[in-house]
Design a protein around this ligand. Structure first.
Ligand code: SAM
Ligand code: SF4
Length: 343
C-alpha cells in the first residue's frame, strides 16, 4: 500500500445533495497537437509550463482523492499524451489500482497513442476513450486543422493490439459529420468498439459560431432510426454511474448519447475535475472552483491543506449545470475551454 493511502475511507466525499464523489478527472495539460474547431481556436494561448502541476503534484492530488474513496481516475487534457512524463504518472497511479482505486483510464485524440499503448496496458489501464469525428482524411483535417488521421487510426490499432478496450467519442457537428455518423458507428461496431455521440457544449471562445455546429442529438437519433433498430439498453458502470446506451440490432454494438443541452444528467453526478493548474471544478458547467496548487506549494502541512480543499469543494458542488447557448453559440458565463477543464 503506498504511503498515505488509507485502507478505509473514514470521510467519504459526499456532497450536500447526498451524491458520493467516486470519479475524478485530471487534466494534465491544456496543450494539444490538434485544433478541433469546436474546442479551441487556431491561435490558442496556452498556459506557461510553470503554472502546471508537476507529475509529483498530480500524483499527490490523485492520492488524496483515492484516500477519500475515489475509485476511478480518468487522465485527460488538452491532449494528455503530448505532456512529457506520462509514463511516470501512469506508473505512479497504477500502484493505487487494487489499493482503493478500481479503474485508471484515459481520454485521448490518439495521435501519440501508438507510442504509449503498451505503457498504458502495463500500468493497469484496461479501457480508454478515443475522440474521432471523421474517417475521411479531408474532413478530419477540416475539423482538427491537422492532417493526422492515419496516425490516429494507427494509434487505435496499437491500443487494440495491446489489449485495451477502446470506446470512440464523436462530437456531432451539423455541417461537418452528421451525414457520416452511420459510417463511423458501423466502422466502430465492426471492430467491437462502443461508441458515444456528444452534443457540442458552449465552452470557451473558438473561431466558429457554435450555433452553426450544434445539432440536438434527439434529431440524430431520429435519423438513425430511419435505418436501424435502436434498442434501449442501460449499462450500469459501477464507477461512472448509469450511462444511457442503445444497442443497434443490425450492428450488434452499443451507442451512447451525451446530451448536456437537451437533457440534464446532473442528479446522478459522481465526479469532480482537477485542471492542469490544480483547480478543482465541481461541475463542468459552472465556474466555481477551489485552488489546490496553493495548498500543495505554500502550506506547511500540504496533506492537511489538500484534505481541507476537498471538503470545501464538496460543500460547493452545485446541484446542476446551467449551460445555455446564446446567439454566438457561447455561454457568456463559461469562458473556460474544455481543454483546460478536461473533457
Ligand atoms: N484531447 C483529448 C481528446 O480529444 O480526446 C482529451 C481532451 S478533449 C477536451 C475531451 C473530449 O471533449 C473530446 O471527446 C472532445 O471531442 C470533447 N470536447 C471538446 N470541446 C467540446 C465542446 N465544446 N463540446 C463538446 N465536446 C467537446
Ligand atoms: Fe485537442 Fe481534444 Fe480539444 Fe481536439 S478536443 S483540440 S484533440 S483537446
Amino acid at each position: 500500500m503506498p504511503d498515505g493511502v488509507l485502507q478505509t475511507y473514514p470521510r467519504p466525499l459526499v456532497d450536500q445533495f447526498g451524491r458520493q464523489i467516486t470519479y475524478l478527472r485530471i487534466s494534465v495539460t491544456d496543450r494539444c497537437d490538434l485544433r478541433c474547431t469546436y474546442c479551441m481556436s487556431e491561435i490558442m494561448q496556452f498556459l506557461p509550463k510553470r503554472d502546471l502541476l508537476t507529475i509529483e503534484e498530480l500524483d499527490r492530488v490523485a492520492q488524496a482523492f483515492v484516500a477519500r474513496g475515489v475509485k476511478k481516475i480518468r487522465i485527460t487534457g488538452g491532449e494528455p499524451l503530448v505532456r512529457k512524463g506520462m509514463p511516470e504518472l501512469f506508473e505512479r497511479l497504477g500502484t493505487y489500482l487494487g489499493n482503493g482505486l478500481e479503474e485508471l483510464t484515459l481520454t485521448t485524440n490518439a495521435t501519440q497513442l501508438a507510442d504509449h499503448a503498451d505503457m498504458l496496458a502495463r500500468n493497469g489501464v484496461k479501457r480508454i476513450n478515443v475522440s474521432l469525428d471523421s474517417l475521411d482524411p479531408d474532413r478530419f483535417e477540416k475539423i482538427t486543422h491537422r492532417r493526422t488521421l492515419d496516425q490516429v487510426l494507427a494509434g487505435i490499432e496499437a491500443a487494440r493490439s495491446a489489449g485495451l478496450r477502446v470506446k470512440i467519442n464523436t462530437v456531432a457537428l451539423k455541417h461537418e459529420n452528421v451525414d457520416e455518423l452511420r459510417e463511423i458507428i458501423s466502422w466502430a461496431h465492426a471492430r467491437d468498439m462502443d461508441m458515444t455521440l456528444i452534443e457540442v457544449m458552449p465552452l470557451g471562445e473558438t473561431d466558429e459560431d457554435r450555433i452553426d455546429q450544434y445539432i440536438p442529438l434527439p434529431m440524430v437519433r431520429d435519423a438513425l432510426e430511419q435505418h436501424w433498430t435502436l434498442e434501449d439498453h442501460v449499462a450500469v458502470d459501477a464507477n461512472a454511474g448509469p450511462s444511457r446506451y442503445v444497442r443497434i440490432k443490425e450492428t450488434g454494438g452499443r451507442l451512447g448519447f451525451i446530451t448536456p443541452l437537451t437533457n440534464n444528467f446532473c442528479a446522478g453526478c459522481n465526479r469532480v475535475r482537477v485542471t492542469c493548474t490544480g483547480r478543482i471544478y465541481m461541475c463542468l458547467g459552472q465556474d466555481d472552483h477551489i485552488d489546490l496548487r496553493a495548498a500543495l506549494r505554500e502550506s506547511d502541512d500540504p496533506s492537511a491543506s489538500l484534505d481541507a480543499c476537498l471538503d470545501q469543494a464538496l460543500f460547493k458542488k452545485p446541484e446542476r449545470h446551467e449551460f445555455k447557448i446564446d446567439r454566438r453559440g457561447q455561454d457568456p458565463a463559461l469562458a473556460r475551454h474544455m481543454s483546460v477543464t478536461g473533457g
